[in-house]
Design a protein around this ligand. Structure first.
Ligand code: GLU
Length: 510
């Protein structure tokens, strides 16, 4: 890499909530910047005012903050290259469009929407379904290349609406080296004369993006593959502005693909298969519809970020668990794949489970408190920690500790039907009665004491665990399966254990 300071930007358009693919783009930008001691910039690209959604910008900021990848520069944090919202930079762009006109690389076009529609329909009838305004067709259109100079001038003076289009050369190869894809080459005959400046006085994405990347001294453009087709146009713009020596390097990231089949991962896939595609919950300001978010579904941000990092990148080793700092250290664009990355929801849950297991019991007990409060359960911290210790192996989410371990917080009001049918009989009942009697005489009630007592009982009765265990578990927990019964009873304590055993004898069929 050259000596140039690394400056990268995440440049979302605030047209709605940030999709997790967008978060991944932001993450890779962040990792790259931090790895190279550079700056990570958030630039809001809101030049298309018709698609603007008012709460989207704040959502984007909140999402980045939640992930721990806050920008170094941006509208909300400041910086020396602001403003960082394109609508606040509106005054800047016109001059650049004018420069291109003056140098012969752009022209005025007066074609109305109806004109363009008419041409498209005609072309379609003639067998060209994808008509383009390009270096051939422009000669038949209403623009400053075809109209007499005086007429162009008169139209401009009369305030007639127009756009400014780039004037692409015929049959020229545009080549650039993408840091992920290698050499990319496109012939200008396959490109169109894109609009750079619109009749509403706003630049289009293409012009604003290049002008801002230049003015903000961006060194690397790291963005989604869907922008690869625009890159040759951007390369030409750098050339026409005479900014080639400081042109950023490009890296186009692979698409996020749906878990099943082919194609880009969409919100519909998430709805269909039951997972969020947004980092945070989103409320559509128009419809009031709520879309779920990873945060609200109980994912740890560390797990979410770790999972995202692996969608398109891998460290080249077996290691899968990476903190944000580990990621910064290990990340490189060379290890980003060209091929699309399939989203795997089970893997996402697996990541969450791994992070959950890394928390101490005391931390998890703390995290569980809001859920307990919500369910009006009060328990001592030591008891909650005990529940955590018993249940955490079975949990993917903090909430699971409550749902999986609810029977520890309150005595069963229902008993598992299947176990009841299969395992509850006169013998089982007698065993529970006998055990209750033996337990009542224990002066110490640790898991070890209980296990010894239980084993002695099996020996004395010359019977096996399978004959006694299930009924015992059913009586105390109402369940057919779960963690060690001795641990459970020790946690519940003598009084509660005996109470539950007694209660089950009264409640369950004789
Ligand atoms: N505003 C574009 C977007 O919404 C930015 C693309 C780019 O990074 O150049 O993704």
């Amino acid at each position: 890499m050259s000596n140039r300071r690394v400056r990268v930007r995440f440049a979302p358009s605030p047209t709605g909530p940030l999709h997790m693919g967008g978060v991944r783009t932001a993450l890779y930008n962040y990792l790259f910047a931090k790895k190279h001691g550079g700056d990570f910039i958030l630039r809001v690209e809101d030049t298309d005012q018709t698609r603007l959604v008012s709460s989207a910008e704040q959502y984007i900021i909140d999402a980045l903050n939640w992930c721990g990848i806050s920008p170094d520069e941006g509208q909300s944090v400041g910086g020396n290259f602001g403003p960082y919202r394109q609508s606040d930079r509106k005054h800047l762009y016109r001059d650049y469009a004018d420069k291109l006109i003056a140098s012969g690389h752009a022209y005025y076009a007066f074609d109305t929407a109806e004109d363009l529609d008419r041409v498209r329909v005609m072309a379609k009838k003639a067998g060209t379904p994808n008509w383009q305004y390009n270096n051939i067709t422009r000669s038949q259109m209403k623009n400053s290349l075809t109209l007499p100079e005086a007429e162009t001038k008169a139209r401009l003076e009369a305030g007639e609406p127009y756009v400014i289009r780039i004037k692409l050369p015929r049959n020229e190869e545009v080549k650039f080296e993408d840091l992920i894809r290698g050499w990319v080459s496109v012939n200008t005959n396959n490109m169109d004369d894109k609009v750079l400046f619109k009749s509403d006085g706003m630049p289009t994405y293409h012009l604003a993006n290049i002008v801002d990347d230049h003015l903000m001294e961006i060194s690397h453009v790291i963005r989604g593959e869907e922008w690869l087709p625009s890159a040759p146009l951007h390369i030409l713009l750098y050339q026409y502005f005479g900014w080639e020596s400081t042109r950023p390097q490009f890296a186009h990231l692979p698409l996020l693909l749906k878990p099943d089949g082919n194609g880009k991962l969409s919100k519909r896939d998430g709805d269909r298969l039951g997972f969020p595609v947004f980092p945070l919950q989103w409320t559509d300001p128009e419809t009031g519809n709520i879309s779920s978010g990873y945060r609200e579904q109980g994912y740890f941000k560390e797990a979410f970020v770790n999972m995202l990092a692996f969608l398109g990148w891998n460290p080249g080793t077996e290691q899968e668990l990476f903190s944000l700092n580990d990621l910064i250290e290990s990340f490189s664009l060379e290890r980003v794949n060209k091929a699309g990355a399939k989203y795997d929801h089970d893997k996402t849950k697996w990541f969450n489970q791994q992070y959950l297991r890394n928390y101490s019991d005391a931390q998890l007990a703390d995290l569980l408190l809001p859920t307990l409060e919500k369910n009006q359960i009060s328990a001592t911290p030591a008891f909650v920690e005990g529940v955590v210790a018993l249940i955490k192996e079975r949990a993917y989410f903090v909430e699971d500790i409550f749902t999986e371990g609810a029977y520890l917080f309150s005595a069963p009001s229902e008993y598992d039907e299947k176990t009841l049918k299969k395992k509850w009989n006169a013998d089982a009942r007698a065993h529970v009665e006998n055990l209750a009697e033996l337990f009542a005489n224990l002066s110490s009630f640790t898991a070890e004491d209980l296990e010894n007592c239980f084993k002695n009982y099996l020996e004395a009765k010359e019977t096996g665990f399978g004959k006694v265990g299930p009924g015992f578990r059913l009586a105390v927990t109402g369940k057919g399966m779960g963690p060690s019964m001795f641990e459970i009873c020790a946690l519940l304590g003598k009084e509660e254990t005996l109470k539950r055993m007694q209660h089950s004898l009264e409640k369950l069929p004789a």
